[in-house]
Design a protein around this ligand. Sequence first.
Ligand SMILES: [Zn+2]
Length: 276
Amino acid sequence: MTNAAALPGQPRGGAIEGQASTRAHCVLAPNPSPMTLDGTNTWIVAEPGSGLAVVIDPGPLDESHLRRVVTMVEEAGRRVALTLLTHGHPDHAEGAARFAELTRTPVRALDPALRLGDEGLGAGDVVTTGGLELRVVPTPGHTADSLSFHLPADAAVLTGDTVLGRGTTVVAHPDGRLGDYLDSLRRLRSLSVDDGVSRILPGHGPVLNDAQGAIDFYLAHRANRLAQVESAVEAGYLSAPEVVAHVYADVDRTLWPAAELSVRAQLDYLGEHGLI
Ligand SMILES: [Zn+2]
């Protein structure tokens, strides 16, 4: 879901593409839409002085974008050593196989169907390519296979679609589940509070420089929406489309199909918790 509300720590009118922290560089894919905001952020992450780079989310199958990412890595005097995926949605993962072909590198993801090569990716894994340290943080909820990557040296976390640089994300029912999503937001919040993460490098939209503020905004937004859905049901709006029309009246209609997925996830959650 997108809306005009600025998130805490969001730079106004700041460029999305470019160096976002010492180790992370954003390349914007040319696939803007109401769902993908300015387009997908492809991240090049590398340890200073290292000749190796990790690419997170090559993005859509767009040959010129994929080649541009390779060129940018090479112009920095490096080569791509590994590709990681935050999750399997096509705007993040569709170009991965072609990117792997161009760079002759493996692809690691939580979902075995997305992997190329022998290695999987999951909770507790630490990627150490070229001296880099990327800790894998499971963050299911947007999708069941969503991962975030903690980059401790930059006090940053790459969140894919779990937290976006503008607006809020979709809990993509039935694969995405609201209970999981809330747990994931709390996990990211504790990275900020306990591990000093201050910066969110999202899968779409600009970098957020107040990680805790942004996550608190997301948690509050979810609680508000959930309360709205609960009262809509109590008021007799029983089907998901009816609830959407009632609760998401302030949201652009092109986003209503996505909102309906989130509403279905919320109705499931309320039912499971005996609240409706
Ligand atoms: Zn997604």
